[in-house]
Design a protein around this ligand. Structure first.
Ligand code: NAP
Length: 276
């Protein structure tokens, strides 16, 4: 039996065992997938145990960068997938794949059209999505609650910082962790006179994507007037499929990927809806 895991901290909520379990079942692989919650001090010992006893693992918050010193080869700056081969651990990131693929599934091939994209947030996921949207030909603008973090990120990626009041984007992507609770919305703030309002002029927004998937309809998606909206569940599923191509060597073609995507979207949407 092959052994896989997700390492992170406080991850008991994770849908990953269910997603990977379904993929292994579909691909006829006898494999286990466990959740391992670990803090920084425990990471070196765990890394050695994983190298010795496992076939691969996924990485989530807060260890996507912390894991890098334990890896072989040239890993990317943020790692969510590790393949273990002959005692060597190779790191990859599949979040970008998951996002871009889902954007195309949900909104059509908008990459060909491009336009102005506004990224809310300046954390790990924002980094990945800025890079993806730049590659798709969008003009990328970044806003973040902590302005200097956004400005640093903009300098690194050669994109522009914006205030929410100053932009009329075609696409908005919420990459903040604001939205898990009712009423939380990164777009809502106080005007100069103290009036609370949505600080973005939403009338121009064609597409709104929230990387958060639980609740399925965040306030950010609800209050947006975008003609098309999507939450991050598809991104989660697609990054997992790509990760299993890497960790397990699965040959999953476009058709099979779509079949797994549709099945998991149905299953997980009902599970999430019953939990909120
Ligand atoms: P992170 O590195 O911790 O960054 C969090 C970001 O959220 C920061 O920019 C932070 O702003 C901002 N933020 C937090 N609370 C806020 C608030 N109340 N109002 C406005 N901004 C706030 O997190 P991450 O790893 O990038 O993850 C970001 C989101 O992506 C999470 O919600 C996570 O669930 C989601 N995600 C989804 C997938 C998927 O597959 N769908 C995968 C990974 C992550 P400051 O800089 O001001 O603190």
């Amino acid at each position: 039996m092959k052994k896989f895991a997700l390492i992170g901290h406080n991850i008991s909520y994770s849908l990953s065992p269910m997603i990977h379990g379904e993929i292994y079942r579909k691909m006829g692989l006898d494999a286990s997938y466990e959740l391992i919650s670990v803090d920084m001090q425990e990471l070196p010992l765990l890394a050695e145990r994983l190298r010795r006893d496992y076939d691969g693992f996924n990485v989530t918050k807060p260890h996507k960068e912390n894991i890098i010193p334990f890896l072989d080869g040239n890993p990317p700056k943020s790692v969510n997938t590790v393949r273990i081969e002959n005692g060597k651990m190779y790191g990859f990131s599949t979040d970008g794949y998951g996002f871009t693929k889902d954007l195309k599934i949900r909104f059509g091939d908008i990459g060909k059209i491009g336009g102005d994209a506004l990224i809310l947030g300046a954390g790990g996921v924002a980094r990945v999505i800025i890079e993806e949207l730049k590659n798709q030909g969008f003009n990328v603008y970044v806003w973040n609650r902590t302005r200097d973090k956004a400005e640093k990120l903009c300098e690194e990626f050669g994109v522009k910082f914006t205030r929410l009041q100053d932009i009329k984007p075609d696409l908005v992507v919420n990459c903040t962790s604001c939205g898990f609770r009712k009423g939380e919305n990164p777009l809502v703030g106080a005007d100069d006179d103290g009036t609370v309002r949505n600080l973005l002029d939403r009338h121009h927004v064609k597409w709104a994507y929230d990387t958060i998937y639980s609740p399925p309809q965040t306030d950010f998606l609800y209050c947006n007037r975008a003609s098309k909206t999507a939450n991050g569940l598809g991104m989660l599923i697609l990054q997992a499929i790509e990760s299993d191509r890497i960790m397990c060597g699965f040959d999953i073609d476009e058709m099979l990927e779509r079949e797994i995507y549709n099945e998991l979207m149905d299953k997980l949407s009902s599970k999430i809806a019953s939990n909120v």
